[in-house]
Design a protein around this ligand. Structure first.
Ligand code: ZN
Length: 148
């Protein structure tokens, strides 16, 4: 398994389908390969630094803001800080029945701009939900819940 040199995402070695994310000033398509995180202009490989320079010089007409963010790795790839771990863990544990759904909501809201944090919150939410299900199940089985 190799990793993207820019965002550390796992990427495959296989050649994959590319998607057109914009148009260069001379009319050639700008493409981004999702599986390899590589960029090309009209079939010629272009590095991220060069592509960012083209973008800074307004030489690329992007198909959308999301396409630009994706192709330029122009998002926040930082993980949750220690404080954020504590805050979200406490919040999810306080609402264990909703933690999976809340994690999913955060994921959908932040996946584009902060994908690493978004994935961590998705996982955290569902892990706490699963733990809550197990704990409640054990308490119910052992008749330790009120009224059981
Ligand atoms: Zn990448």
């Amino acid at each position: 398994m190799t990793r993207c040199q820019w965002c550390k995402a796992d990427i495959g070695d296989a050649a994959s389908a590319t998607s057109v994310v914009g148009t260069y000033v001379d009319g050639r398509p700008v493409r981004f390969a999702a599986a390899t995180h590589s960029l090309d202009v009209g079939g010629t490989p272009v590095g991220l630094d060069d592509m960012r320079a083209y973008d800074a010089a307004s030489q690329i007409k992007w198909t959308s803001d999301d396409a630009r963010r994706l192709a330029l790795h122009a998002y926040d790839g930082s993980p949750l800080s220690s404080l954020e771990w504590v805050i979200f863990t406490v919040a999810f544990v306080a609402l264990p029945g909703f933690s999976g759904i809340l994690g999913t909501v955060f994921y959908l809201a932040w996946n584009k701009s902060q994908p690493v944090k978004a994935r961590q919150l998705l996982r955290l939410g569902w892990i706490i939900f699963a733990m809550a299900v197990v704990v409640i199940g054990v308490l119910d089985y052992t008749h330790l819940l009120p009224g059981t």
